[in-house]
Design a protein around this ligand. Structure first.
Ligand code: FES
Length: 131
């Protein structure tokens, strides 16, 4: 059984979609079930000059838990610094969703991994630009 929070995030996701020309793109797939997820980020700066996630979208071809995890992850990090966003774990995502059925815990790994990959992609590109 899914929690109310999972159902709410699954049925009314705010961050579904793509960002054209994203600053970072992260993709992960689950080899066991074949589900795939992409996370797109736009990076900006806060008043202190820290890099933050200005915008974030996801596309998930997956189960209810994977979609709810994507929505929860994107909601948790929107407006946060990249360093804070890198600290998000699948355990935190599952906790914020008020738990997931045991056989669905692996689904929450996808979102945190895709997010981390998007940030790494951004940092790699930035490094390349700086030479
Ligand atoms: Fe594949 Fe949930 S069953 S991510």
């Amino acid at each position: 059984m899914y929690s109310k929070k999972v159902i709410e995030m699954f049925t009314n996701p705010k961050n579904v979609g793509e960002i054209r020309d994203p600053d970072g793109l992260g993709k992960v797939g689950n080899p066991v079930c074949g589900d795939v997820m992409w996370i797109y980020i736009k990076v900006g700066k806060d008043k202190q000059g820290n890099e933050i996630i200005k915008d974030i979208k996801f596309k998930t071809m997956g189960c209810i838990a994977a979609i709810a995890s994507s929505e929860m992850t994107t909601e948790l990090v929107k407006g946060k610094t990249l360093d804070r966003a890198m600290e998000i774990t699948n355990a935190r995502v599952a906790r914020e969703l008020k738990g997931l059925p045991k056989e669905k815990i692996h689904c929450s790994n996808l979102a945190a991994d895709a997010l981390h990959n998007a940030i790494k992609d951004y940092r790699r590109k930035k490094k390349r630009k700086q030479g």
